[in-house]
Design a protein around this ligand. Structure first.
Ligand SMILES: [Fe+2]
Ligand SMILES: [Fe+2]
Length: 303
């Protein structure tokens, strides 16, 4: 059912229509440079699981598809695979090669559909940078046992890829508006499409039976205090996301400026440091600032 219509002609969708489009939503697209690098490696004579997983770690779509594949093929495993290198090891080169062969490329799609030009490369930098920083934030309070914190950071905004992919006209209209807006991106998304990227991303990941942490990261990364589990990692994702936006590294597609004060006031800090130990927090922030300084050069070489 069509709910209401905007000036541009796209109409808000109700949840039944959103669900049915999600069901038809094909595999999420990847960034061309990453797909090329991965294919180059997969067809090379010498290839190592570590190198292959290093490239997959730079792509939220490929990571989600890889984990979905490994956990459906190895359904009987006592604990789901939550580690990219382990997933590569289980699946083997042949299956990963097949995965990349059928992976659509986001830039091709954008050209074909004459979509608004969204800065996809910078968006990928936002995702990878948030993942790297999430790990740094988690490290302030505990040592991460596996890749799951990094993956949570990497996929936090996957709803934007889902939106571009499954709802291209709505996505184009949303980002035409967002480019000059003073309104929060989530509000624009809800107004134009009827759902925002955090809800849409969570629905998509749920439908593909991905681990709860990934679903929660997509759903609650703007409000970690509302998460129904994994609060510490989700709080770290929120802080990493805000710091990336404040430092203007990459582009999340959300053009509203994030001030330093907003970063400091993020609800995630109270989840991480509930006893308000301010000295600890000051040291923590200084170490994150050092990581932020290095990030642009790290990211430049990755996508
Ligand atoms: Fe977001
Ligand atoms: Fe983000």
């Amino acid at each position: 059912m069509i709910v209401s219509s905007t000036q541009s002609g796209v109409s808000q969708l109700d949840s039944a229509e959103i669900d049915s489009r999600l069901e038809k939503c094909p595999s999420l697209p990847s960034l061309s440079s990453i797909n090329k690098a991965l294919q180059g490696l997969l067809f090379a004579e010498q290839r190592y699981a570590a190198q292959i997983s290093e490239i997959i770690r730079r792509d939220p779509s490929l990571t989600a598809r890889l984990l979905r594949l490994v956990n459906s093929v190895y359904y009987g495993l006592s604990t789901p695979v939550n580690n990219i290198e382990e997933a590569v090891f289980y699946l083997g080169v042949r299956q990963i090669r097949q995965l990349t062969m059928v992976t659509p490329i986001i830039e091709d799609f954008q050209r074909l559909s004459c979509q608004c030009s969204f800065p996809w490369r910078e968006f990928w930098q936002h995702c990878i940078g948030t993942a790297i920083l999430t790990r740094e934030v988690v490290n302030l309070v505990q040592s991460p046992p596996d890749d799951s914190d990094y993956i949570a950071g990497l996929v936090h905004d996957v709803g934007k890829i889902v939106m571009a992919w499954g709802f291209p006209d709505h996505f184009a209209e949303i980002h035409r508006r967002a480019a000059h807006a003073t309104q929060a991106l989530s509000d624009i998304e809800t107004e134009i499409l009827g759902i925002d990227h955090s809800q849409l991303g969570a629905l998509y990941l749920q439908r593909h039976q991905l681990p709860d942490l990934m679903i929660r990261s997509a759903r609650f990364h703007h409000h970690p205090e509302q998460a129904d589990g994994d609060e510490l990692i989700i709080a770290s994702v929120q802080i990493a996301d805000l710091l990336m936006r404040n430092a203007r590294i990459g582009c999340s597609g959300n053009f509203i400026e994030v001030t330093r004060e907003q970063c400091l006031a993020a609800s995630g800090w109270r989840v991480l440091f509930p006893d308000q130990a301010s000295a600890e927090q000051t040291i923590a922030r200084a170490s994150l600032d050092r990581c932020l300084e290095r990030l642009p050069s790290v990211l430049e070489g990755l996508v």
